[in-house]
Design a protein around this ligand. Structure first.
Ligand SMILES: [Zn+2]
Length: 332
């Protein structure tokens, strides 16, 4: 989508009608004068409208895809769904293109004052620190591994590379609209952070929304994305009761916009076609005190999904869809 951008120019030289613009006719002159008289009035009206705040919400609200229906419980493994086969071994070099904030464009101030935390799942060098990431942390309901390596495509493109790339694209889009954006990690530490710290980073930032980016490691033929919502948990340090509702709102908006922006379907293996799954075993959700969801953007172990996940153009669409859901949520 944003990579396409090859609009034909305004004038096509091969167009036989193009160069022969009609010369200005005498009739045109009175019309021009009348228009000249009208323009200042229209301009004044427009200025008055603007002064009363009528310029409204800037341009990203496209037509909304139908909201995804209700939430269904399900369970996959790991923190963010990646199972035990996730030896990535893929290289580092996540290509941190620092997408620094361009000046806010028209309507770009609409997210000013809003804080979004993006949590790129895993870490490109977790696999070099297995003892550290296997150490247990308290997630309220139980103790579980600090972090996991994440999965990868069969050709070795790692989930951690994927999550960082989508996070950078998402950050750039949100910053252009004026949001303050923080990443939980940017390949700037040897491993982790652990899942409890990932949650605390969002809490400490008093984030208005947090999205944890992942891609799944399910079986071949299992396809599509799903958004993971926090279930109601109240145990130990975990108390999600206040964030279940707003997180569900956030997740539904993201699921709808992700479907529309990427053209891909909700998971065919969890969530009964809704693209929504509720879990109570993820530390990153259990310990959050701010609205937060995970998104598993696709299944890296399925060759058709992998073809999408390894495409930069598709990842841009994924980031766009996620951003639109976040923006809708933040604008209420
Ligand atoms: Zn993951």
């Amino acid at each position: 989508m944003s990579y396409a951008g090859s609009n034909p120019g305004p004038s096509d030289p091969s167009d036989p009608f193009g160069p022969s613009r009609p010369r200005r006719s005498p009739l045109r002159r009175p019309l021009t004068v009348a228009l000249a008289a009208l323009v200042p009035g229209a301009l004044l009206g427009w200025l008055a409208y603007g002064a009363w705040g009528g310029t409204g919400s800037g341009g990203t609200d496209g037509p909304r895809a139908g909201a995804v229906p209700s939430v269904l419980g399900s369970a996959t493994t790991g923190e963010g769904g990646t199972g035990g086969d996730g030896k990535t071994g893929a290289g580092t070099g996540a290509g941190t293109g620092t997408a620094s904030a361009p000046a806010a464009g028209p309507g770009g101030a609409s997210l000013r004052g809003k804080v979004v935390v993006i949590d790129p799942g895993h870490n490109p060098t977790n696999y070099l620190h297995t003892a550290d990431i296997n150490s247990k942390v308290d997630v309220g309901t139980h103790r579980k591994e600090c972090d996991t390596t994440g999965t990868s495509t069969n050709s070795g493109y790692s989930e951690a590379q994927f999550t960082l790339d989508v996070a950078h694209r998402l950050r750039a889009i949100l910053q252009r609209q004026g949001a303050t954006v923080k990443l939980t990690q940017d390949a700037d530490r040897p491993f982790g952070p652990c899942v409890d710290e990932r949650a605390r980073i969002g809490n400490a930032a008093r984030a208005d929304a947090v999205v944890s980016i992942h891609a799944d490691g399910a079986g071949a033929g299992q396809r599509g994305f799903h958004v993971i919502l926090p279930g109601a948990v109240h145990a130990g340090a975990a108390d999600t009761r206040a964030i279940v509702g707003p997180s569900k709102d956030l997740g539904k908006l993201i699921a709808g916009d992700f479907t529309r922006a990427t053209g891909t379907s909700p998971s065919n293996y969890v969530g009964d076609g809704t693209g929504l799954v509720t879990r109570e075993d993820l530390g990153g959700l259990n310990l959050s005190t701010v609205p937060k969801v995970f998104i598993e953007c696709g299944n890296m172990r399925d060759t058709k999904d992998a073809a999408l996940l390894t495409s930069g153009a598709w990842r841009q669409k994924a980031a766009q869809g996620i951003s639109e859901g976040i923006v809708s949520f933040l604008r209420g």
